[in-house]
Ligand binder design. Structure first.
Ligand SMILES: Cc1cc2nc3c(=O)[nH]c(=O)nc-3n(C[C@H](O)[C@H](O)[C@H](O)COP(=O)(O)OP(=O)(O)OC[C@H]3O[C@@H](n4cnc5c(N)ncnc54)[C@H](O)[C@@H]3O)c2cc1C
Length: 131
């Protein structure tokens, strides 16, 4: 806190997730944070955006013009990866970012729980090859 007044690149923002029932309307479709931002708390937003763009492009190619089919498959294929990362963000929010005064033992337990969840969220499973 003492350095806030002299720091010249202080960053302050709220941490939010974007959770939408649908990522598309007509021919418009969302990719990345606009559709499924996990919040910086999960630290995986760039991966979701890149994998999302890859899957969407691949599905559009496979659908051969049937963009509605591509959008549906994009959501179906991406949802488990996105859910795992949004759950990780919630876990970090609920278990780690708490007021001080907790014991080192408690910190270790919470860190372990986050690392287990991260292992599950870090890799997208069954990523298709669209070559
Ligand atoms: C503090 C912080 C730390 C983070 N740390 C990590 C991390 O460690 N690892 C990780 O993977 N992710 C991290 N993220 C998340 C990551 O930055 C985002 O998930 C990722 O950038 C999302 O990419 P995107 O392309 O969807 O959106 P963005 O990168 O936000 O790109 C959207 C672009 O659209 C532009 N734009 C907006 N409106 C308009 C408009 N009307 N017309 C034209 N252009 C427009 C914006 O200027 C922006 O350039 C962090 C985010 C924050 C805020």
């Amino acid at each position: 806190m003492d350095y806030l007044d002299i720091c010249d690149d202080f960053y302050f923002d709220i941490a939010t997730q974007v959770c939408m029932e649908s990522w598309s309307q007509g021919r418009v479709v969302l990719v990345g944070d606009s559709g499924y931002c996990p919040s910086p708390l999960s630290g995986q937003g760039t991966s979701l955006a890149l994998v999302g763009a890859y899957v969407l492009a691949g599905e559009l190619k496979m659908a051969n013009g049937a963009y509605m089919t591509a959008f549906e498959r994009y959501k179906t294929l991406m949802s488990p990866f996105i859910n795992a990362n949004q759950e990780l963000g919630m876990l970090v929010n609920q278990t780690f970012l708490l007021p001080g005064g907790i014991s080192q033992e408690e910190i270790n337990i919470r860190t372990k729980s986050i690392m287990n969840s991260l292992e599950n969220a870090a890799y997208v499973k069954n990523l298709l090859n669209y070559d």
